[in-house]
Design a protein around this ligand. Sequence first.
Ligand code: NAP
Length: 387
Amino acid sequence: MAKIVCVLYDDPVDGYPPTSARDEVPHISTYPDGQTAPEPADIDFTPGELLGSVSGELGLRRFLEDAGHTLVVTSDKDGPDSAFDRELPDADVVISQPFWPAYLTADRIERAPRLQLAITAGVGSDHVDLDAAKQHGITVAEVTQSNSLSVAEHAVMQILALVRNYLPAHRWVTDERGWNIADAARRAYDVQGMSVGVMAAGRIGLAVLRRLAPFDVQLHYTDKQRLAPGIEQELGLTYHEDIRSLAGSVDVLSIHAPLHPETEGLFDDDLLGSMKRGAYLVNTARGAICDRDAVVRALESGRLAGYAGDVWHPQPPERDHPWRDMPNHGMTPHVSGTTLSAQARYAAGTREILESWLAGSPIRDEYLIVQRGALAGAGSAAYTTRS
Ligand code: NAP
């Protein structure tokens, strides 16, 4: 029988379950590239429930306990003597979410001799030391595409919010109880006519490009591999060989590459300094792709007119993290990929991965990041490792 340790974010401050705002979420069965949404044998939750917090348990308890397995769910993941550290030594499976990452460092992996499977309930497995997972024969799997369009929507929303100065305008209504049109308008522009680029046109980046096309903007991108000529033509895309060329060409840049050795700390003083004065930067990929203090400096100097996103490093960030107070930002907590709509898909995908693994059958190739000591499936397309 397996022991599964699941690290989830805390319940809402006013208790669980929260009152639901809607009675249903739309059912998505297929993604834009034809991949089918998760297809577990069964689910023990109602789509639209809050599944990603501790009491939601990703809807896994009945399924696992009825089969005789042990499920431990905790939000206590950091610091000495965390529940996660205490439960790790005899864990067979760890489940974590990027929104509240249980960092599976090389040191923790050393202390988890039984660990065979690390599941990311969502997309993005950089919280797992992939080199250490390779060395220890641990399979790493994530629920590819489960929240890609959720993130794309958030990125588009934040681009619009920054360019149109939405948050300060809203604050004039709520906090100041005023009608200060000039104050709200003095930093507000139209997106129409701007050059907008994405770093990485994978599932999320391409979805952002598609969603922005109707805004009558010039679309740009860089990626390790060029998109098919038909897509470039359809969306009128300008391809850039490297990030420096893209960064210097656009008014708005949205980051959609994974965090791995090639991208860590990429947006430093030098790269940010090469962007147009008054450019906007949105990062819903991973916080550590941007140099924390360089972003603050770029906003303070006016090089960037705005910065938004939902990803920080580490997570949760300290109460005095400088991104909380920097000028002209539109940061949210890491929420873009954990809408209730997305939770239904990644909870079902987590169950599908567990069903496969417990039955000894193959996990879908598109869910694999590391298997049998090497990058595999989606992981071999998106990630690099040190070894
Ligand atoms: P994806 O479909 O695998 O796309 C990633 C793309 O990044 C691929 O096209 C890849 O290139 C490209 N890439 C990798 N390294 C690059 C580099 N150095 N320069 C330029 N391009 C590079 O992944 P996705 O589903 O779009 O997700 C992207 C990332 O978003 C995830 O890794 C995760 O970190 C983040 N994410 C965030 C949230 C959230 O809640 N905020 C949720 C989901 C995902 P090739 O494949 O062409 O080599």
